[in-house]
Design a protein around this ligand. Structure first.
Ligand code: 6PG
Length: 245
């Protein structure tokens, strides 16, 4: 049985954002390992998570985490090879997985080597079906890290794009006209089925959008609709990002 979701997100405001967010993950993993032997975590791209990954690597408590028992996935990906500077997986590997020697068998990047991104999305959804535990027939992440953009996007769920309407598939190739690109992204049906979703947001330039999401619940913003039905929702903010709350 899952515990019912809390009525409001758990919002935490940190003075030393990256270090305290790293500690949040260390403590979360200890609690989560108390009831399971393997954890499945989806990572986020972007500069805010990257600072948290660095802090995890630098943390004096990093050996308290059973890294080799955590499988890592990606919440969204740009259509570039891993070696490319824009690759979310490339960033996560360099910042987190490689320095911590996470076994490669635990690495689950979104496939971008194929030209056909719809096919890549299907492949990744197949991996999720195969690798994640299922609850009520749907694959379930233990934790999904997300970031937000100043337009309210999260993962690669951008305002006005088709992926926002997806009710069945867990991974899609989402055309993002505002960026003139197509990106792979997890969709609401799997995001909102997670045991835990954690937003990582820092910087004053995010303060207005944070307020529109958390205070106004603006329905036009994709991040507003991330509300795990049976899991927990946590927002980790630095003080500047929280300054309009
Ligand atoms: C991406 C992301 C995206 C990101 C936000 C925040 O591929 O760009 O996964 O959703 O998390 O845009 O990014 P920043 O932390 O760099 O502002």
């Amino acid at each position: 049985m899952n515990t019912p979701s809390p009525p409001h997100p758990d919002v935490r405001i940190f003075a030393s954002f990256a270090e305290e967010a790293a500690r949040f993950f260390e403590e979360w993993s200890q609690r989560a390992f108390a009831s399971r032997d393997t954890l499945h975590v989806a990572l986020s791209g972007g500069s805010t998570p990257e600072a948290v990954y660095d802090a995890l690597v630098q943390s004096s408590r990093r050996d308290s985490v059973r890294w080799s028992h955590i499988h890592f996935y990606m919440g969204d990906e740009r259509p570039v090879p891993t070696e490319h500077a824009d690759s979310n997986w490339g960033m996560a590997s360099r910042a987190l997985l490689d320095p911590l020697d996470v076994p490669t068998v635990n690495h689950h990047p979104m496939p971008t080597q194929t030209e056909d991104l719809d096919e890549a999305a299907k492949l990744y959804a197949g991996n999720l079906h195969r690798l994640l535990p299922h609850v009520d027939g749907t694959p379930q992440f233990d934790l999904i890290f997300l970031g937000i953009g100043i337009d309210g996007h999260t993962a690669s769920l951008f305002p006005g794009t088709a992926a926002l309407e997806e009710t069945r598939r867990y991974v899609v190739a989402n055309e993002v006209p505002q960026l003139e690109t197509t990106r792979l992204t997890l969709t609401y049906p799997i995001l909102n089925h997670a045991r835990s979703v954690v937003f990582l947001v820092s910087g004053e330039r995010k303060s207005a959008i944070v307020s529109r999401i958390l205070k106004e619940a603006d329905p036009d913003l994709p991040a507003t609709h991330v509300k795990p039905a049976q899991g927990s929702l946590t927002w980790l903010l630095d003080r500047p990002a929280a300054s309009k709350l």
